[in-house]
Design a binder for this molecule. Sequence first.
Ligand code: HEM
Ligand SMILES: *[C@@H]1O[C@H](CO)[C@@H](O)[C@H](O)[C@H]1NC(C)=O
Ligand SMILES: *[C@@H]1O[C@H](CO)[C@@H](O)[C@H](O)[C@H]1NC(C)=O
Ligand SMILES: *[C@@H]1O[C@H](CO)[C@@H](O)[C@H](O)[C@H]1NC(C)=O
Ligand SMILES: *[C@@H]1O[C@H](CO)[C@@H](O)[C@H](O)[C@H]1NC(C)=O
Ligand SMILES: *[C@@H]1O[C@H](CO)[C@@H](O)[C@H](O)[C@H]1NC(C)=O
Length: 633
Amino acid sequence: MVVTLIVTAVAAVVVYEFMWRYLALRRNIALAKTSGLPVVVSPWNLFSLLWLSTYKLWTPLLHRFLPASLMGTWTDLLHPEWGYNRGHEPFEKLGSDAFIVASPTRISTYVADAEAINQITSRRNDFPKPLEMYTSLDIYGKNLVTTEGADWRVHRKLVAPSFGEKNNELVFNETLHHARSMLGLWAGPDGRGNLTVTDPSVTAMNFALYIISGAGFDVRVVWPHEEGKKVNEEQGEDRAVFGGSKTPPGHTMNYREALSQLLHNITWTQIIPLNWLPKSPFKVHRTVGEAVGEWGKYMDEIYEIKKAQVASGENKAGMDLFDSLIRGSGILDKKNTTTTKSDLLGNAFVVMLAGHETTANTLHFSMIFLAMNWASQRRLQEDVDRIFDSKPMSEWKYEEHFQKLFGGVPAAVMNETLRLLQPIVNIPKSTPPGRPQQLTIGGQQHTIPGGSHVFLSAAIHRNPKYWPPPANEPSTDGIKDVDRFRPERWLTETKATDQFVDINYDDEELRGPSGEDTSAQLFKPVKGSYIPFSDGFRSCIGRRFAQVEILAVLAAIFSQYSVELAVDDFASDEEVERMPKGGKERKEVYEKAVQRANDFLKNKVASIITLQLRGVSIPIRLVRRGEERFAFD
Ligand code: HEM
Ligand SMILES: *[C@@H]1O[C@H](CO)[C@@H](O)[C@H](O)[C@H]1NC(C)=O
Ligand SMILES: *[C@@H]1O[C@H](CO)[C@@H](O)[C@H](O)[C@H]1NC(C)=O
Ligand SMILES: *[C@@H]1O[C@H](CO)[C@@H](O)[C@H](O)[C@H]1NC(C)=O
Ligand SMILES: *[C@@H]1O[C@H](CO)[C@@H](O)[C@H](O)[C@H]1NC(C)=O
Ligand SMILES: *[C@@H]1O[C@H](CO)[C@@H](O)[C@H](O)[C@H]1NC(C)=O
């Protein structure tokens, strides 16, 4: 009797749920169709937490048991990374650079058309960010990433002035300092190189972390392998406040540890409520929970130091981001009481988060791509030699050299890495509930339903409409040109001619450093077709910061070294040594490493916050220039 009741109740719930979903799906399909865009019907919303955490279970089953006749674009689109894995192909199949996916709980539009992207990024209030996807970034306070409308304006205005030329110079200096340390780790203390770096992404992460720490907060972190040594003789200055591995009084973690525990395992703070973390039975959770508190304490202390500096009239003009942020807010001299401390800490945290993984990935993947493309690597080295005219690194200057890097092969390498491996695959936007929005694509009007999601797809970076293949070099290996790492595509003879169109901020203080930044020497893509930093009002405020960091570190590495994939898994050093230089055998061994790297890049890349290799690594070796083992062709 009881059992029957329970079974009936469960059945009723299941039937109800099923009916509800079915009706909701029908409604959403009908709504999606009013747009006139192709509609793909999907039983699940790709970005629902349930699907994201279980798709690895379901998708193999689907591919195994679903009859081929039922498969189609909808099954392709069930992979959260389809915009990366499949590139532009789904758009081609559907014959449109914009389409809608209708699921029972959500209507989502995907866009890989430049005209449409320009409309979306310039109509800030018509296509706001879906804030529900960002709330977990509020752990220290509201900030310019997690707000919209009038709130966002206040935060953006508070933060934008920090990203000025002075800070860029500091980024340049900090990058050269930490690049030396990184090279000491990768190439060994004697600088000879030829050591296998099993997972270069780990070092790249630390590198990016220490740069944002220095240029963001004026904290000079000491690398673990340099602990206790006197390194990088320059600057015997007063700032390494929390740099070393000693834990200062009142703390349970040193700064370096707090920072890396917090940022490298940040995902837990997104899944588990903050005040539960310390009570979790799992150590990882407790450690992250502890790091959240510890980093907050360090920020408090830095804040107090700055406050004291201002009070004593000490005018150590703010070059790091946090300093400008605090001084600019007026919070210290009580001129302005609108800004709260939580605004400062919230923004400081989110700037650090946004500036960390993204640049780390760019460095990491640039190294991998260059190791697989010797001709481009050689070209990069020649250009770096030209730019610095064999000056030692201690004489490199931001004001003299950055512009040259920016117009040269280093910029082409950075651009090409970000074209192929954009850290954020789907840039999320939305339409406000009850307010459908018009989009004009190729002269056609389309109505995007209100209350839906709109994603700017990284697939646009592989849309052949915008990325033409080279004129006289037909592909011989069947790989599409858009899928190839070819920095040379940015180095065209035809100079950029069309006028730069920037958005019209109604208030210049919102802008940050994101005005005209195209160097006349490089290929200029159609506006809206190249969006690694997003575009328009909500574009990346740290773009210039990232460019300075990446260009300077590439220059530091390639002025002295070449990068090769490590082949340890395919041949020992002795075996390689016995193979004639430049001979067929060495080529074959290297080819194996290249194939594995390509396989990993295709199949082992996934996003948590940004797109990264997951669960595998691609080992590399730095070798002194001229001592390459897999000699350049
Ligand atoms: C290669 C490196 C980088 C890439 C590819 C990148 C990419 C992006 C993208 C795509 C957005 C828009 C996100 C969205 O709409 O959800 C964004 C926003 C942002 N980025 Fe970056 N970023 C990079 C480096 C940095 C750095 C170094 C910083 C700071 C030091 C930074 C700080 C920010 C901030 C604060 C925002 C929010 C801006 C706003 O909404 O007004 N980013 N970035
Ligand atoms: C950067 O380093 C140079 C010396 O190489 C120095 O003159 C300059 O003041 C430094 N700038 C900043 C912002 O640290
Ligand atoms: C690289 O190191 C291996 C052993 O560690 C050695 O056999 C080889 O000769 C070295 N190659 C160069 C170019 O130094
Ligand atoms: C993060 O968590 C993992 C386990 O999930 C742990 O192995 C690692 O040490 C933690 N910390 C960092 C900085 O990655
Ligand atoms: C105080 O700061 C806020 C936001 O930064 C700004 O909107 C306001 O105008 C400022 N007020 C004064 C008196 O400076
Ligand atoms: C890359 O390309 C874009 C688009 O043309 C340009 O604005 C930017 O300055 C280039 N360079 C770098 C280093 O990002």
